[in-house]
Design a protein around this ligand. Structure first.
Ligand code: ASP
Length: 337
């Protein structure tokens, strides 16, 4: 190709990219706001939202709602991506990541926590009882046990079996949308690895926002790997003046773009929740176009008015919505590719 043609081609590609970004900005406002309301990632958010709703419907605090809500996913042994029953790392250790944030800007987080079935409650205690935001590994476990959490084996037989299968090939390739029942009807064989997270955002009757995010991270990940989910600003961010956001998918790309903070800041600038999520995934595409085609990342956002929206890289991302009208709504997220 001669240099003039190359130049024209590059210019056209550049113009197309600019259009994609300006379209992202132009997406109109999302759904009509209501409160109280709770939203969370993936189909499994429905059951979690119901537990959160029990708190919200009686004028409870959004912080209590999100903790109670995500604990349902953490306790669900059929879910290989969150809490007890989560797939282990490549060495067979189940290591959990979680964080929580309230309407006052308080936040707490644990990462690479082993043997504790409800990392979200440990994260809340880090927030409430320590001068710190984040505890990791052995120190997080010690703190949990000092605070009365039971030490247990989180590697259940089905997850151990999947890990043993995985060890045969040790193939390190993410499966998109593993958590979405319409895509996967049973637990995956162990020669594949997967990831997914529950991120939950709630607005209570008093108009206050909180969020929680909890995961076992990427299945068969490297020992010590921590994703976006326990990182305040990446996997979760709340600003009670504006709104909240959470993410799911390949955490490395979310950390690189400080995704949830970005979504909230875009909402502060006037973007609707959906438009903010769309711009955040567009940034991932812009930074790593080739990687972005291969992976899933989804953002979910709720603003101060109770309006919500989402956007993902790929099709297949779903989220659950629960308010006074409907407790089991599942919405298919819009997507770039
Ligand atoms: N974001 C999580 C992580 O990277 C996993 C996921 O949501 O799929 O650890």
């Amino acid at each position: 190709m001669n240099s003039r043609r190359q130049f024209i081609k590059k210019t056209l590609v550049g113009a197309a990219a600019a259009t994609a970004v300006s379209q992202a900005i132009a997406v109109p406002g999302s759904r009509k706001g209501v409160k109280p309301i709770v939203i969370s990632t993936w189909d499994f958010g429905v059951a979690a939202n119901k537990a959160a709703w029990e708190v919200l419907k009686d004028n409870g605090r959004s912080l209590d709602a999100v903790e109670q809500g995500v604990k349902v996913a953490e306790a669900d042994l059929s879910n290989p991506t969150v809490g007890k029953g989560g797939y282990p790392d490549r060495d067979g250790h189940v290591t959990l990541d979680a964080c929580i944030m309230d309407e006052l800007g308080n936040c707490g987080s644990v990462a690479a926590l082993e043997h504790i079935a409800h990392p979200i409650s440990v994260a809340r205690l880090v927030m409430e009882k320590t001068p710190h935001v984040m505890l990791v590994g052995e120190g997080a476990l010690q703190f949990a046990m000092e605070n009365g959490f039971e030490r247990e084996n989180l590697l259940i037989p089905s997850s151990e079996k999947a890990w043993q299968e995985w060890l045969k090939e040790k193939k390190y390739k993410p499966i998109m949308n593993i958590e979405n029942k319409s895509f996967n009807t049973e637990r995956l064989p162990g020669n594949q690895y997967n990831h997914d997270t529950i991120g939950m955002l709630a607005l209570d009757a008093a108009g206050n926002l909180s969020g929680a995010c909890t995961t076992s991270g990427m299945a068969f990940k490297m020992r010590g790997r921590v994703g976006d989910s326990p990182i305040i600003g990446a996997g979760l961010y709340i600003d009670n003046e504006v709104g909240g956001a959470t993410s799911t998918g390949v955490g490395e790309e979310v950390i690189r773009t400080v995704g949830s903070f970005l979504v909230v800041e875009l909402m502060r600038q006037g973007y609707s929740p959906e438009a903010a999520c769309k711009e955040a995934v567009a940034r991932i595409v812009k930074k790593k176009p080739d990687t972005a085609r291969e992976i899933q990342v989804g953002f979910l956002a709720l603003n101060k008015k109770g309006e919500y929206g989402s956007y993902a890289l790929q099709s297949g991302f779903t989220y659950a919505v629960c308010d006074a009208q409907k407790q089991d709504l599942v919405i298919k997220g819009k997507h770039i590719f």
